[in-house]
Design a protein. Structure first.
Lengths: 341, 364
């Protein structure tokens, strides 16, 4: 019997692999633990495990032989562990959990920092990655996108062959002036829901809708539109946007975590909002590129502005107000920029 | 614990209601710290977060005065999760870039998943401790394949008429594969009650569809004459309709599925017995879960979490757990001191994490 009994904790002891409780006491004497249960005193041998601390949850000490001491006296148990120099697992967490306001402030600060960091890093990373992808693979992605669009959105063109040849020649003149490879071709489709539109798919075809040809019959204006799309291709905007949105999606999913199930809700709309800033810059860059390219290819300088003016006339609402939510900057603003001075 | 002879008349069963002793505030604090550390460590902490969360709910769930425990560590979960992520990544790359391999890979999934499910369920059972006795899961590969993958084919071919039957078969298979220590569970459940549960669910779904359709038609008629639809172009109008349809489907699944889940849980628990006692008498369970109340809690939880942008998640989790736990009672045929653990180690954490990450849930 130890002459100087140290701190004790009352609890129950379950012999290895049983549900039979025995009243028990855990004692720390001179830095070593001993367990009194069922009238027997035994030293606690090295290699015991201690369950981590959680507010209001019973603590358990598991002996190497599988016997388990359980106590409801959490603070007594922590103090006992401290006297024999054993680490109190979960102690730091429990203390943090008591400081709710501090944790909240840290969490908000960290989230803001993370979002700012990602806003800087993701566009740079997308830009770099987009330029690492070989043109052959980029074209494959573009072809894949066209197949998808053909299934869901487009229908075959109704333009006469002759008109198609004429427009393709116009397109090729711009493309060759821009120094883009001959694999970049012009495709004609009926836009349906997309209406009057032109789309530059990664690495590959530029799709021109019949509705656009009908809306803008003048070659100079159409050249402005096509040169704008070539500007997107030249800077690989489409690919960058794809990479950007996947990087955002991955980040948001990682942040929210897998057990929230909120990522589905957040993904679409929020990502479009976050990304819209970069899309607006892309449009301005493509306009600037188009002005220079049409001039070099010998088209009249007012073509792009005329085309944008014609597009604005088809708009019913949010053509100018859409500077935050829509991907294109306000048309009026772009027309101002595109007017030859 | 004494050596008195067994009394000739066995005592009536002793009711031990399950109790949840946790609090919303307590779990909110724990959740917040977990969130902070997970963000700060770029997700690595989430393994420890999972253990602390499970330990909180298990440790605050008490039966006959003794709490349950989720007995593993963050390290174990992290290692399992790392391998699981690697497996899933290799998998996505293979299916994404080698479409030709889709068929053999599909076969691998079909025949590999039962094995993964069994190992995952066994891991989760073996880390669950009450007093000093562990649960166990001893499902067989063949029966998991049969009940979860093969039998669904004929059930679909009969127009889902056999679904309640399959559900009972699954519940019985799962229940009877679980062990508490060495003690086996047994399920006696009336097939008619399973059919009644599904019938009630279908009726509830139809009853909820009627007002939904009514509101939809009413809106369409009401808006037809007004200028609201005119100011939208046809794309936006189509978009609004699509959103309305999605919202309808969402609300329906968010209420009808929990409504069914609560009924099956109650049916299963009410028919479950636990053997293995020295006298051969069986312990019983009862569950007084109200399916309507359960569905309401699930639906309102979802709304609260969405509106609060996730901040009410801890409140919602505690609310549902407290209600479920509070409805369950164990009726002990004798004292609960006689259970013995089988000496088994808890392997299979990788499978458990694959199931977690892929959202595979196989539960009663
Ligand atoms: Zn553009």
């Amino acid at each position: 019997m130890p002459s100087d009994p140290g701190p004790t904790v009352d609890g129950v002891f379950y012999p290895a692999g049983t549900s039979r409780p025995l009243a028990a006491t855990l004692t720390a004497t001179g830095g070593t633990l001993s367990l009194t249960a069922g009238g027997l005193i035994r030293p606690v041998p090295d290699g015991f495990r201690v369950s981590e601390r959680l507010t209001g949850v019973a603590r358990a000490l598991t002996l190497p032989d599988g016997g388990r001491f359980v106590t409801e006296d959490g603070s007594g148990f922590s103090a006992l562990l401290a006297t024999c120099g054993h680490r109190d697992r979960g102690g730091l967490m429990t203390r943090l959990e008591q400081r709710g306001r501090l944790v909240m402030v840290l969490l908000v600060a960290l989230t803001l920092l993370l979002v700012l960091g990602l806003r800087l890093m993701i566009p740079a990373a997308s830009h770099w990655l987009a330029h690492q992808i070989p043109p052959a693979i980029e074209r494959q992605i573009g072809r894949g996108t066209l197949t998808t669009l053909d299934h869901g959105l487009f229908s075959p063109t109704t333009l006469p062959e002759e008109e198609q040849r004429r427009l393709s020649a116009l397109f090729n003149r711009l493309r060759d002036t821009a120094g883009l490879p001959p694999e970049v071709t012009l495709e004609f489709r009926q836009g349906n829901r997309l209406k009057a539109n032109a789309v530059a798919l990664p690495g590959g075809p530029v799709v021109l809708t019949d509705e656009m040809v009908a809306l803008i019959p003048q070659d100079d204006a159409l050249a402005g539109i096509l040169a704008h799309e070539l500007g997107h291709l030249h800077a690989r905007h489409g690919l960058q946007q794809m990479i950007r949105s996947s990087l955002w999606l991955v980040s948001v999913t990682l942040y929210i975590g897998d057990d929230a199930g909120l990522s589905d809700l957040v993904s679409g709309s929020t990502l479009a909002l976050i990304d819209s800033g970069y899309s607006r810059d892309d449009e301005r860059d493509a306009d600037t590129y188009a002005l220079a390219l049409t001039a070099r290819a010998g088209f009249s300088p007012g073509g792009l502005a005329d085309a944008l003016t014609a597009l604005r006339s088809t708009c019913r609402t949010d053509c100018d107000s859409g500077s935050l939510l829509s991907t294109h900057p306000g048309l009026t603003e772009r027309i101002e920029q595109a007017r030859p001075r | 614990m004494t050596d008195l002879p067994t009394p000739p008349v066995s005592p009536p069963p002793m009711a031990h209601p399950l109790r949840f002793t946790g609090s919303t505030a307590g779990y909110f604090r724990l959740w917040l710290v977990n969130l902070l550390l997970s963000v700060a460590t770029l997700g690595v902490w989430s393994a420890w977060a999972k253990v602390r969360t499970k330990k909180y709910f298990y440790g605050h769930t008490r039966l006959a005065g003794s709490a349950f425990d989720y007995d593993t560590t963050g390290w174990v979960i992290l290692k399992g999760r790392a391998v699981a992520v690697a497996v899933i990544a290799v998998w996505s790359v293979l299916t994404g870039f080698a479409p030709l391999a889709a068929l053999p890979l599909g076969a691998v999934v079909f025949f590999g998943l039962p094995w993964i499910i069994n190992r995952g369920l066994r891991f989760n059972a073996r880390v669950t401790v009450w007093r000093n006795v562990r649960f166990d899961f001893q499902g067989s590969y063949g029966r998991t394949l049969l009940y979860f993958f093969v039998l669904i084919i004929p059930v679909y071919m009969t127009g889902l008429l056999g679904l309640p039957w399959l559900q009972r078969a699954r519940s019985r298979y799962l229940t009877e594969s679980y062990r508490f220590g060495t003690a086996p569970f047994h399920l006696t459940a009336d097939l008619g009650e399973f059919y009644a549960a599904y019938l009630r669910t279908v009726l509830a779904g139809v009853l909820m569809l009627i007002p939904a359709i009514g509101i939809g038609v009413g809106l369409a008629v009401g808006l037809d004459g007004s200028t609201v639809l005119d100011s939208l172009n046809s794309d936006q109008a189509a978009g609004v309709t699509l959103v309305a349809i999605y919202a309808g489907i969402f609300v329906l699944t968010a209420t009808v599925l929990p409504y069914l889940r609560a009924q099956i849980l109650a049916l299963t628990l009410n028919g479950t017995t636990l053997g293995g006692s020295a006298t051969g008498r069986l312990h019983r369970f009862s569950c007084t879960l109200s399916p309507v109340r359960y569905a309401w809690i699930c639906l309102s939880n979802l709304a609260a979490v969405a509106v609060s942008l996730g901040l009410l998640m801890p409140w919602a989790t505690v609310r549902l757990h407290r209600y479920t736990v509070g409805a369950i009672t164990a009726h002990a045929a004798e004292d609960l001191d006689g259970f013995v653990s089988a000496q088994e180690t808890a392997s299979g954490v990788i499978s458990s994490e694959i199931m977690d990450l892929e959202g595979i849930s196989v539960a009663l």
